[in-house]
Design a protein around this ligand. Structure first.
Ligand code: SF4
Length: 339
């Protein structure tokens, strides 16, 4: 584990390689912006590049090579070993190697190989724990595949990461909450939450255009994620990311659905808004309040352009609100003080 050290990930994108599937929402080339196939030399180059600036702060950072973008354990064995072997050459300077893959591309033989190359964390694209949603998304695996793979990964001592999506075909609020509860039951170390973004050129885009599927809106995604985030946090699970990374194609507008460049910020801001509402309600009907939040949470509490403050004023007829950071508070704790 990296304690309180900041993590620097060296992202090595492996776009769509080896994936036997065609999930309706997927266009890995658009997500990763990389159409080429990386090789060992490329892996070494990326690691060297990061080490050139990160090594001087070695004691303060946790440096990991991260194979993302496709189904890493399903790619061609020789290529997979070439990539892993290149990363493994840096085992004395890297703190770990992580990768993401499909739940049905994990078995004991693969995990032995990953162990031999020093892989420390395996992330599974679970996406949903509803078999109906998985089938409608053409995922090609079931929720039980995720349960089985997660159990194996943990048994073998890897850090387990799970990724879920909201707003998939056939998904709704209850199903997303069910997915979050089922993922928590698997005791992952980390999670990523990806509200569904509909990319042009995917089957989902056509379904949305024909009216067969209604993409989740940003507001809907924020509302559901604001419920899911505290669930993971209460279970002590680290949330690595909420929402897709910004990249050129995503910002060109060729998308529908829950895409916003600061989606994660909006979701965390909503978590604090909900917590403040509950705390104010417990206080009765105060007119003037200080809202105490943990260190570095004031801007999330305040919201973009003071949106949360204006909403709280209007909802509770408050005359005065001041947000204060309080080092004694943690996570999403919010306390109200009448002034
Ligand atoms: S399993 Fe992953 S890489 Fe393969 S089609 Fe689905 S989302 Fe894309």
């Amino acid at each position: 584990m990296n304690g309180r050290r900041r993590t620097i990930n060296i992202p090595i994108f492996v776009p769509h390689l080896g994936c036997p599937n065609d999930c309706v929402f997927c266009d890995q080339h658009k997500i990763t912006m990389n159409a080429y196939v990386p090789n060992g030399a490329r892996v070494r180059g990326l690691i060297e590049e990061t080490l050139s600036y990160a090594e001087p702060m070695r004691e303060r950072v946790h440096i990991e090579a991260a194979f993302f973008g496709g189904s890493f354990t399903a790619i061609d064995k020789d290529l997979r070993r070439e990539l892993l072997s290149a990363a493994h050459e840096y085992r004395d300077v890297l703190d770990g190697i992580r990768l993401s893959t499909r739940p049905d591309a994990i078995d004991n033989a693969i995990l032995s190989e990953l162990e031999a190359f020093g892989v420390t964390a395996v992330e599974l694209g679970a996406q949903s724990m509803s078999d109906r949603v998985l089938a409608l998304s053409n995922r090609g695996h079931t929720a039980d595949d995720t349960r089985r793979a997660a159990r194996l990964i943990k048994e073998r001592g890897f850090s387990l990461g799970l990724q879920m999506m909201t707003g998939l075909v056939g998904d709704d609020r209850e199903t997303s909450l069910y997915t979050a509860r089922e993922l928590i039951a698997l005791s992952p170390d980390t999670v990523r939450i990806y509200p569904c973004v509909v990319l042009q050129g995917t089957a989902l885009w056509d379904m949305a255009k024909s009216g067969e599927y209604a993409p989740q809106t940003v507001d809907e995604a924020v509302s559901i994620c604001a419920e899911i985030i505290p669930m993971f946090a209460r279970a002590g699970i680290t949330i690595l990311r909420v929402g897709l990374m910004e990249n050129e194609i995503l910002s060109k507008g060729e998308v529908m659905g829950a895409y916003h460049p600061s989606l994660g910020e909006l979701c965390y801001s909503e978590v604090f808004y909900n917590a403040a509402c509950a705390a104010i309600e417990r206080e009765g009907a105060p007119k003037r309040v200080e809202i105490h939040v943990p260190s570095r949470a004031a801007s999330k509490m305040t919201g973009h352009k003071r949106r949360n403050i204006e909403r709280l004023k209007s909802r509770f007829s408050l005359e005065y609100i001041k947000v204060k950071e309080d080092a004694g508070l943690e996570g999403f704790e919010v306390k109200i003080r009448r002034v």
